[in-house]
Design a protein around this ligand. Structure first.
Ligand SMILES: [Zn+2]
Length: 253
């Protein structure tokens, strides 16, 4: 690290759990972030500010006026611009040292499988179940840690599925697929703006912990937030013996 980096990251370096070595590990790391909306914005901002060296961000949407109530990586001047381009501009202004790969495309499983190969952690900040299931399957195949988050109305949830090992549950154990019935997109649901910030920041924290190999992550636990009472609950997740993704060797493309 040069002198500027030592200054930029000094408050991380002061933490004994991180130090120069941990910060250098962050600079070398690569995170795949799926979604540059409500959750993806705070995740991207904190990972970039923290010095995660390589950030691949995918999102097929353009910035819309209805996004600006909560998607803080974007602004009014960027309406109509691809969200990934807008996010890249914002991140560059915070930390020009981060290599941001902005992919303005809707992700399918095959594409995610390519992209996940080079990632140390995959962050699911998407807004629909088909993408969440695809990310889970891809992380299973590639054996990548998955940091999953979701927010609807006043409720938020975060979980980590560390699919580098096979003993733990996966996202599909928690939410067995039930077709499009479960597809509750933010596009049609209300979302209390700060909830995406809170949950996205938890996702960013868990991602950094995995990259640094410090503390205990939410692996195998589901953290639930009721934003109206501001009460948090943690539920221990069990592997579903009937799970078609992580139990049986049926994962094919
Ligand atoms: Zn499973």
């Amino acid at each position: 690290m040069d002198d500027n980096q030592l200054l930029r990251y000094s408050r991380h370096i002061l933490l004994p759990q991180i130090g120069v070595q941990g910060q250098e590990a962050l600079i070398r790391s690569h995170v795949l972030l799926v979604g540059a909306g409500g959750l993806g914005s705070p995740v991207a901002l904190y990972l970039a500010a923290s010095g995660v060296g390589n950030l691949t961000i995918c999102d097929g949407d353009k910035v819309d006026l209805t996004n600006l109530q909560r998607q803080i990586a974007h602004n009014t001047n960027r309406i109509g611009m691809p969200k990934t381009s807008s996010a890249r501009k914002t991140l560059a202004s915070i930390n020009p040292e981060v290599n941001v790969i902005a992919l303005n495309e809707r992700m399918d499983e095959r594409r995610l499988l390519e992209l996940a190969a080079n990632a140390d952690v995959v962050v699911d900040a998407s807004d629909n179940f088909p993408t969440r299931y695809a990310i889970n399957r891809v992380c299973m195949i590639r054996k990548k840690p998955l940091v999953s988050g979701a927010v609807v109305r006043f409720d938020g949830q975060v979980a980590v599925f560390d699919l580098r090992h096979t003993q733990g549950p996966c996202y599909h154990c928690l939410f067995p697929a039930n077709g499009e019935d479960q597809d509750m997109r933010c596009a049609v649901m209300g979302v209390f703006a700060p909830l995406v910030g809170i949950i996205g920041c938890v996702q960013a924290a868990e991602t950094l912990k995995i990259l640094l190999d410090i503390g205990q992550t939410l692996d195998g636990r589901l953290l639930l937030l009721d934003g109206l009472s501001m009460e948090w609950h943690t539920i221990k997740l069990n592997k579903d013996p009937a799970c078609t993704v992580c139990v049986h060797e049926t994962v094919t493309l």
